[in-house]
Write a protein that binds this ligand. Structure first.
Ligand SMILES: NC(=O)c1ccc[n+]([C@@H]2O[C@H](COP(=O)([O-])OP(=O)(O)OC[C@H]3O[C@@H](n4cnc5c(N)ncnc54)[C@H](O)[C@@H]3O)[C@@H](O)[C@H]2O)c1
Length: 251
């Protein structure tokens, strides 16, 4: 059966990998993003709406469009997130903290709220939250991101409890460091903050995992497909790391 799948921030990175994976599985996929040029380059067949995941009016308009064009929703993925500032707690600017929580956490709430309204009457659905290993551990110099990603897990557990009786499963995926431009920026900022070379930080990330490599977006997409499938029918309220087992986060 072709599922109706919504993914926020789906024009790039992990979101795009998930969009491609669901499309390859025969599903209808709708993504949102704020990057106009990446939206223009979406693969054929993937529907896109320019919408900031943390904007209530934009997300409300999107859900109204989904209700009218699709008549419901089977899978909703709260993927939008920004890395936030890399700064010591003593140097944190409130505005940067709020911006990071806004995209990561307000965005997740707006996605879950809209999905709940569409899925409850149907008595089925899957809501996925893309948190992070930072939502399972602390990460030095990344307080806003860590707080947001822990917050997403608390939100997910509550959503799972509230919506489980309606046949809706909620789970979170916690990726490790995923290869791509975003992690390059994180590594550069951490290298600068610690007086190390970016390559040393990158090697430290890989060395600190059991699998001795960084995570690929496809690793995350495969977990999303599993959690959205009937094979995961009794999996709810879980925060599942896809990180090759990170056991040392401080290279
Ligand atoms: N990349 C990693 O190493 C990593 C690790 C753990 C968790 N994550 C999480 O996975 C998710 C996706 O990460 P990524 O690395 O693919 O991201 P990314 O930085 O590559 O960005 C993906 C897309 O998000 C879009 N975006 C940014 N702000 C948005 C907003 N407010 N509304 C809608 N779209 C927006 C960007 O335009 C971009 O196209 C995030 O929640 C991130 O925190 C990433």
């Amino acid at each position: 059966m072709s599922r109706r799948v919504l993914i926020t921030a789906g024009a790039n990175g992990i979101g795009l990998a998930m969009a491609r994976a669901f499309q390859a599985a025969g599903d209808r996929v709708w993504v949102t993003d704020v990057d106009q040029s990446m939206m223009a380059a979406l693969p054929p067949g993937i529907r896109g709406t320019l919408a900031d995941a943390s904007s209530e009016p934009a997300m409300e308009m999107l859900f109204a469009e989904i209700a009218s064009d699709w008549g419901g929703l089977d899978v909703a993925v709260a993927n939008a997130g920004i890395k936030g500032p890399t700064a010591a707690i003593g140097d944190l600017a409130l505005e940067a903290w709020r911006q990071c929580l806004g995209v990561n956490l307000d965005g997740a709430m707006l996605l879950a709220r809209g999905a709940a309204r569409l899925m409850k009457p149907a008595g089925q659905g899957v809501v996925l939250f893309i948190s992070s290993t930072s939502g399972l551990n602390g990460t030095p110099f990344r307080a806003p991101y860590v707080a947001a990603k822990w917050g997403m897990i608390g939100l997910m557990k509550t959503v799972a409890m509230e919506l489980g009786p309606f046949g809706i499963r909620a789970n979170a995926i916690c990726p490790g460091s995923v290869t791509g431009p975003r992690i390059d920026r994180v590594i550069e900022a951490e290298a600068a903050a610690k007086g190390m070379t970016p390559e040393a930080v990158r090697q430290g990330y890989a060395a600190g995992t059991a699998m001795k490599r960084l995570t690929e977006a496809q690793d995350v997409a495969d977990m999303a497909l599993f959690l959205a499938s009937d094979a995961a029918r009794m999996v709810a309220g879980q925060a599942l790391a896809v990180d090759g087992m990170t056991y040392n986060v401080d290279p």
